[in-house]
Design a protein around this ligand. Structure first.
Ligand SMILES: [Zn+2]
Length: 373
């Protein structure tokens, strides 16, 4: 019994040391001891063990205020890897990421979704090819996550329903058949939100608004995804924006989706969102009118998130790639209508301009590795 408790404490210290180094990126041993309230010899022993396992390493020499120089400890970001696959109606995107969430290899193909063994087999073959190309050993791959547009069972092992893909009751084991790793499903907007909030060093709250061909979203409380009672939390696309307004694909009228999806813009440039923003940038007057109208609705949608959640709102999805030059305009527009305003940094464009959903699906496996190490 006594041995067990000593062992548990060692495990906890080992994990706390690793997590702190991971969060900080680079930190000295004395600083670890101070921050965690444990003795320096304990830190030294734990760092040594983690170094021997290839999980931590020495970085450069750090300047310290006392004049003495300390060696920094960093984590080995290529000690483990994870795979993320984003399944959309028209494409398959696959990324291989390291522990830092950096994309090591990626592939994107145009492929119309179909719920057939041949489709899943082709996808699994692509994943296997990507790993071969990367030269990474299979035993350092933590798992394979699948981002999918739809409502999922809480355990991440079944897609209950996807309107976009027109499929229901789809098992994760069917999608990932033939892969020798753990597999898990994630809602596409939730996955993208996970990728966006991953780098937060402090405990933060955030609402992620996904502006793709469909509008979705995710809520993060203290960096943890809030799923709601039925895994439908953060479905911002179906908040009512205009009572009895434009029809939404969900069957109701006036939803945010009908006014703020990327299609509302791209339908004016033959479905090409890049062409829309290029036209807007070069002064196309008709596109400017479309944008002004869009911005008006987007402003209301953002305000409806800022007011109840009082937190950072991250704008992502397909639109996220193009929003950086317009973020000040969006902030000003929200500031004009909102009740409480004090920090314009509340509204930001996403960091991952592409493949956020695939990266987030892969990060599903990085988080438990870091927490349970
Ligand atoms: Zn709707």
């Amino acid at each position: 019994m006594k041995y067990d408790s000593i062992s548990a404490e060692k495990q906890t210290n080992r994990n706390r040391v690793y997590q702190l180094v991971y969060q900080q990126g680079s930190i000295s041993k004395p600083e670890i001891a101070t921050r965690l309230g444990i003795s320096l010899p304990t830190v030294i022993q734990n760092v040594k063990n983690l170094q021997q396992e290839g999980l931590l390493k020495e970085g450069g020499v750090m300047e310290s205020t006392g004049g003495r120089k300390a060696v920094s400890i960093t984590y080995e970001k290529n000690a483990r890897f994870a795979i993320g696959t984003d399944i959309t109606r028209n494409h398959i995107s696959i990324v291989l990421i390291n522990l830092a969430g950096e994309i090591i290899e990626s592939i994107k193909i145009e492929k119309l979704y179909e719920n057939t063994p041949a489709y899943y087999l082709e996808m699994v073959q692509l994943i296997k090819q990507l790993i071969v190309v990367s030269g990474i050993r299979e035993d350092v791959i933590l798992g394979a996550g699948f981002s999918i547009p739809g409502i999922l069972a809480r355990n991440g092992q079944m897609l209950i329903y996807s309107h976009v893909l027109q499929v229901s009751a789809l098992q994760c084991s069917t999608i990932g058949r033939g892969l020798p790793y753990p597999t898990e499903l994630s809602n596409d907007a939730n996955a993208a939100g996970i990728a966006e909030t991953w780098q937060c060093k402090s405990q933060e709250n955030a609402a992620y608004l996904s502006l793709s061909d469909y509008v979705g979203g995710a809520i993060f409380l203290n960096n943890e995804l809030y799923l709601g009672e039925n895994q439908r939390g953060g479905e911002f696309g179906h908040m009512t924006l205009v009572r009895d307004g434009l029809p939404c694909y969900c069957g109701r009228k006036g939803c945010v989706d009908a006014y703020c999806s990327a299609q509302v813009l791209s339908r004016h440039t033959g479905g090409n969102l890049g062409a829309f923003f290029e036209g807007l940038r070069t002064g196309d007057k008709s596109l400017q009118i479309v944008w002004d109208q869009y911005l008006s609705y987007l402003t209301t949608a953002i305000n409806n998130l800022v007011v109840p959640f009082d937190c950072k709102v991250i704008l992502g999805g397909y639109l996220g790639e193009y929003l950086e030059p317009y973020i000040d305009e969006i902030r000003r527009s929200v500031a004009e209508v909102t009740t409480f305003w004090g920090n314009e940094d509340y509204i930001t464009a996403c960091t991952y301009k592409r493949e956020a959903s695939a990266v987030g699906a892969a990060l599903l496996f990085v988080r438990p590795f870091i927490k349970q190490l």
